[in-house]
Design a protein around this ligand. Structure first.
Ligand code: NDP
Length: 249
């Protein structure tokens, strides 16, 4: 389905991004995976994947990285803005530095990545932009002010960029997962247990119980949805968000 298409997946070395990269590659796309840790990218890159170290919070790094991906593999027609950090702090403990750190990666990083892939899509007259937001982009949660604001912003960005190109062959959508079984959840179990004053096991169970299937979501479920959005037949799903949260509201 995606033969001849060049896809870039930011944060493609781990978790959701890696699952998406693998499913796009299985569908025939040439996939570039990015992240800050070159060793991680090198270790997971499958034959045919292009590993590109790039820091999405750094505008120059994204500009140079995306240009080198285009030079190596041709125009980017699928852009998955997935790189993100999930750290929580209550308002009283949210410093300006913390706020900027979350915004720089989750919101600015998404913007830089999408903007730098646009020329490729307009010149080839086809494109799929998928931003990985979160269920926290659709609601609030304790200790999630900065993270939720960044993920709400991602949704607003995709809705608006879709309006900028309405009726054209480029679509812009967000995916909003609940708790997915990835390194972010493992790292955050400790933080959630401290914030809620419960054990780590209870914190993990709290996340599991928010999903009505009583389990964490698999990265492959998110990847299957991203792949579906890349189907050339699916052009009218545009400027919207898809919740993958096991019924969590
Ligand atoms: P991971 O921690 O496995 O993935 C995050 C990825 O982003 C890593 O590969 C990391 O690579 C990369 N990254 C982080 N900061 C930067 C940066 N400044 N520049 C470039 N790459 C960066 O967790 P997930 O797979 O779970 O997260 C992927 C996305 O899904 C995130 O946007 C997250 O907010 C979102 N999400 C996750 C949920 C979950 O429950 N797991 C739920 C809802 C949304 P490196 O460190 O090498 O830079």
């Amino acid at each position: 389905m995606l033969q001849g298409k060049h896809a870039i997946v930011t944060g493609g070395g781990t978790g959701i991004g890696l699952a998406i990269a693998r499913s796009l590659a299985d569908a025939g796309a040439q996939v570039t995976i990015t992240g800050r840790r070159a060793d991680v990218l090198k270790e997971v890159a499958e034959p045919g994947m292009f590993a590109l170290p790039m820091d999405v919070s750094d505008e120059a790094s994204v500009r140079e990285g995306m240009a080198s991906a285009v030079a190596a593999r041709g125009p980017i027609q699928i852009c998955v803005a997935n790189a993100g950090i999930a750290e929580g702090r209550k308002l009283q403990k949210t410093s300006s530095e913390f706020w900027r750190k979350i915004m720089a990666t989750n919101l600015d990083g998404c913007f830089y990545t999408v903007r730098e892939s646009l020329e490729s899509m307009t010149t080839t007259d086809w494109g799929r932009v998928i931003a990985i937001s979160s269920i926290a982009g659709l609601r609030g949660a304790p200790g999630a002010g900065a993270y939720a604001a960044s993920k709400h912003g991602v949704i607003g960005m995709m809705r608006s960029f879709a309006e900028d190109f309405l009726g054209g062959p480029i679509t812009f959508n967000s995916i909003c997962p609940g708790y997915v079984d990835t390194p972010i959840v493992t790292r955050n179990t400790d933080a959630i247990s401290k914030r809620a004053g419960v054990s780590e096991e209870e914190a993990r169970n709290m996340m599991i119980n928010m999903n009505r299937h009583k389990r964490l979501i698999s990265p492959e479920e998110v990847a299957a949805t991203a792949l579906w959005l890349c189907n050339p037949l699916i052009e009218s799903v545009n400027g919207t968000e898809i919740r993958i949260a096991g019924g969590q509201l």
